[in-house]
Design a protein around this ligand. Structure first.
Ligand code: FAD
Length: 443
């Protein structure tokens, strides 16, 4: 959708103004537009474009299901993705486990995204809703308040010509990502911060990466060094591969040369030397350092936050887009109730807050814990060769892991103690069988 002349809308009052038009903002706008609310979505970017905070993302069936709900059919974003049905997790120098995906919410695959194309599909979807006005290439500079301090609108940046004010009847929503200006302008406080142990991620697109499997199908390949460094080869659109390094942040020494850091780290993995021998980098290096894990206040008089603006965390489990879509769904429900006169804004915020916690809090805590174990923990070679090998090769563990990523199991209950015990028993049995000459080795 092209940017429209802002002047034309100067005096227009909308039910809702949303700042940011990617997963959180575009999905919220679609849900409100479906209910006939008048919505203004403003984004400083023009589309297609990658997000400002670089993201080498995958989405699981849980996110696809939420996209189905807002009418974004897979065919609209499939071209901007690689469809992935299988994965490999390797502990360098120890073992490699092949992981098959499991059917979750009717799909047994996931997607590796090119965010520019994927986000464009969400933006284009807004054209279907006559009550939604989407303006691209326009930066919101500040919020506008009434005499009581309630947020009642936004003002655009004067750097793009005359500053324009837009007003909202119900609320202004910050869907403007992890460096949210709306959050700053309304003074939203950080209410939970688990950023003591963080990761730094650098990635770039490559072509002609040697396939890991003989069938040549796109496969996710994660190589863990168990010393605070992970290499990720993640298929994306156009037969390309994002080659990413995720490193514990306190050990990253960039020395003003992220390119050198990336190159050295990638090449230090034996598997990359094999798979990248005839490959070439085809795009810029992108990165995010010290990726924070935190929640901000969810809302206040006349405003609310959604998506990364509200809550963001390490990409280890690939849940940011699902969380943006899911918090957008929760927020849409209460805004519609306010619009229909069933709730006051204050009641809506209280329900929204509970909904955000139900939807995201246990995943947040589990991801932070997993980050600490996987990137900051340094398991012994014996533990890697036994317990971790048994676990990662265990079909029940693999099935539950995919269900966890697809939000089909409660995040804090997906790996009960019995799973480890059963995997260990099966692993020992397989190893003994192998030692006696029966069956193939486990990993
Ligand atoms: C390295 C990395 C890897 C990741 N991998 C995954 C993954 O595998 N799977 C996954 O699900 N998630 C992943 N994520 C997280 C995911 O990228 C985010 O959770 C997701 O983009 C959040 O969507 P959003 O709509 O809330 O914000 P964003 O996508 O950040 O969009 C915010 C929008 O707001 C606009 N905006 C900002 N300020 C203004 C302003 N003042 N005026 C107007 N517009 C404004 C921006 O232009 C932007 O378009 C990853 C993140 C990182 C950093």
């Amino acid at each position: 959708m092209e940017a429209r002349s802002p002047e034309a809308d100067t005096d227009t009052l909308y039910d809702v103004i949303i700042v940011g038009g990617r997963p959180a903002g575009a999905s919220l706008a679609a849900r409100l537009g479906k209910q006939g609310l008048s919505v203004l979505v403003v984004d400083k970017a023009t589309f297609p474009s990658p997000p400002e905070v670089p993201s080498s993302a995958v989405i699981y069936p849980s996110a696809m299901r939420l996209l189905d709900e807002i009418g974004v059919d897979e065919s609209q974003y499939a071209d901007a993705c690689a469809r992935i049905e299988t994965g490999y997790i390797e502990f360098e120098g120890h073992f490699i486990a092949h992981l098959a995906s499991t059917e979750v919410h009717g799909r047994d695959y996931f997607y590796g995204l090119d965010r520019a194309g994927f986000d464009h599909a969400l933006w284009r979807n807004l054209e279907r809703f006559p009550s939604v006005t989407a303006l691209s290439g326009i930066t919101v500079a500040d919020v506008v308040r009434d005499d009581s301090g309630r947020v009642v609108g936004v003002v655009t940046s004067a750097r793009q010509g005359e500053a324009v004010t837009y007003r909202a009847r119900i609320c202004v929503i910050g869907a403007d990502g992890r460096h949210s200006r709306i959050a700053r302008k309304v003074g939203a406080k950080v209410v939970e911060d688990r950023s003591q142990q963080t990761s730094t991620v650098y990635f770039a697109p490559w072509e002609d990466v040697a396939p890991i499997a003989t069938d040549g199908k796109p496969a996710l390949h994660i190589v863990n060094r168990a010393r605070g460094e992970t290499l990720i080869l993640q298929p994306t659109a156009g037969d390309r591969m994002y080659v990413a390094v995720q490193v514990r942040a306190d050990r990253v020494v960039l020395g003003g040369d992220p390119e050198g850091f990336y190159d050295r780290t990638v090449r230090s993995f034996a598997v990359a030397r094999n798979r990248l021998a005839n490959a070439r980098r085809v795009g810029n290096l992108l990165g995010v350092t010290r990726i924070a894990n935190r929640y901000l206040e969810h809302g206040g008089p006349g405003w609310a936050l959604v998506g990364d603006a509200l809550h963001h965390k390490d990409p280890l489990d690939g849940q940011g887009i699902y969380d943006a879509l899911a918090t957008g769904r929760r927020l849409a429900t209460v805004i519609v109730a306010v619009h229909e006169g069933h709730l006051t804004w204050e009641q809506a915020l209280a329900i929204y807050r509970r909904g955000v916690d139900e939807e995201t809090l246990s995943m947040f805590r589990v991801t932070v814990e997993r980050l600490q174990n996987q990137l900051y923990g340094e398991p012994s070679p014996l533990f890697i060769r036994t317990m971790l090998r048994w676990l990662l090769n265990d079909p029940e563990y693999q099935r539950r892991h995919f269900m966890f990523l697809g939000r089909a199991l409660p995040p804090d209950r997906w790996m009960p103690p019995w799973l480890m015990m059963k995997a260990a028993a099966r692993g020992v049995a397989t190893d003994v069988g192998r030692a006696l000459g029966f069956g193939a080795p486990a990993g």
